[in-house]
Design a protein around this ligand. Sequence first.
Ligand code: PLP
Length: 431
Amino acid sequence: INAEREFSIRTPKSMEKYQAARRVMPGGDTRSTVYFSPYPITVSNGSGPEFQDIDGNHYLDFLNNYTATIHGHAHSKVVEKVNQALSSGTSYASVIEEQISLAEILCARVPGIEQIRFCNSGTEATMFAIRVARAFTNRAGIIKMEGGYHGTHETAQIELFNTQQAPVSMGIPVRVAQDVYAVPFNDLEAMEQLLIQRAKEIAAILVEPVMGAAGVIPPLSGYLAGLRELANRYDVLLIFDEVQTLRLSTGGAQSKYHVTPDLTALGKIIGGGFPVGAFGGRADIMSLFDPANLNHLSHGGTFNGNRITMAAGITSMELLDQQAIDHLETLAKKLQMQMQEAIHRLFVPASVTRSGSLLNVHFTEQPPINYASTHRSRKDFTQLFHIELLNRGIYTAPRGMWNLSTVMTDFHIDQAVKAFSDSMQVIAKCI
Ligand code: PLP
């Protein structure tokens, strides 16, 4: 209650805006995922690793639009490229060179991508990866992970426990769920049991190589290689959703963990801060989209491959070289270590999971290895901790996820660690 009171005192203009926004948009926004109680702040502007709200409060951004703005806000190189692109016309019903360039960059960097197509969101990316997998195999079944997040289309929103089929969301017909199965992440045995029963109906296994929304859960050693082996053995396709994990190395999680999927979905960082998605993979599968063939798989989208997104995306990928990835890794490792030190010093039953520059704070003593084990995390602590961090100028995901941008330095990590320790002290007093 104290934390929320302080938050309200610091953000009166945001509260006013929230009330005005609610009159014209249900919940005051168009993204359910950025809502938190008592109300989300309204942002005015950002630069580098920081942004400001309309009340003049400054925040260090450890959310980065859910990992999309990997180079912070208004990066000068991105701004320069986008300004150039603006004056050449933004979208045409034709091909532009920038699209070819970004396609070449991504095909060269990501081992599993021989050919690629662009769209405007990660949601579309996973939707089309699923569609082409179904078309290629002539099967409908999709196996996903419990708690796996792949965007907002219907198949993606089906969430199941132990293969008992039940749609997660109102408005999705039950029949959509009939082709979707779910198993726990990091459990090869459960996957194999399902494949033994169902492989003939399954088009693909869809997995985030590091689970994101479920709580930044890295794969156990050998898990992804085991999935690859099972997919081969049972003749189903393997799709990696790398919408968040492309940042983990120059070639994404598939390079980091040395496992190559048949198809890959991308988004977020490849658009340099603009709306984007892409899906790619083996050329024999992707060739189904070739409209020169009479019987092809159709894929349209008015703004697919538009000049602004492509120009910003090329710049974003060029900036994310090995040196930038090493910098992120060094800072993230330091952040995780110092977070853990604070947790131990204060005897709080909490843990920090991490892969590269993605981290998640859990209020469980043992770091979770799948979605079910995240349910043991204290939701009340997670919520309080989030507001305590906000009051100290640190912006993170309400569910406890943190990620870094390349423009951060040791200085920003030190600031974050101080706010983390002070906020954790508040939690320690609640135990
Ligand atoms: N897949 C993953 C792993 C994601 O994290 C997200 C978004 O957070 C999506 C897909 C959906 O992307 P978008 O929000 O661009 O539709």
